[in-house]
Design a protein around this ligand. Sequence first.
Ligand SMILES: [Zn+2]
Length: 214
Amino acid sequence: MNELFQGAIKFYEEDYNNEKAFFKSLQENKPHTLFITCVDSRIDPNRLTHSKPGELYVVRNIGNLIPPFKDENDEMMEGYLATTSSIEYSICKLKVKNIIVCGHSNCGACAAVYNHDMLNEMPYVKKWLELLNPTIAKVETMRPESEHKRIWLTELQNIQQQLYNLLSYPFVEERFNRGELQIYGWYYNIMNGQILNYNLITREFKPIVRDNTH
Ligand SMILES: [Zn+2]
């Protein structure tokens, strides 16, 4: 733990003092992008995007999940407010221009949904991961031939599902249709450092490389 306290001292003495003007320019929260990702400790949104404090409005939860706007009774979803209120605030108040849903490889959430013994010991996690049920159903139709493939497909399919869940919110859909809001799905491969981008039109994941237009 001492390392983190030493880190805080180093941040103030070195980072802050070396870039004082920049940090003093951050009086207002004016991000351009809502970045929704998993709580996984190996994901560093600013590092992955080479962005600075003030640029990304980051919403994190287990499995980078977005509850759909309406529940199974066609009523406005009333649970999961930590996630939904943050999304609403960033779009309606802060007026972000982009949304990135960033899933990743080796995701504990996408593996946990197939480990019922483990989930039965963690009722909160179990309840939260029910949001993955539509994704699991889709993956089953693909008949994965191994556990590894099943989890990998779940990770990818999950990102696509969350994009559609995002678009179920009227304030997202309207801005997206007017071209005021761009929506992207990313898949970060922790093992090889590559990030794939999902194309909503072709419905394919492709590596983000130089000279790609997104
Ligand atoms: Zn994860």
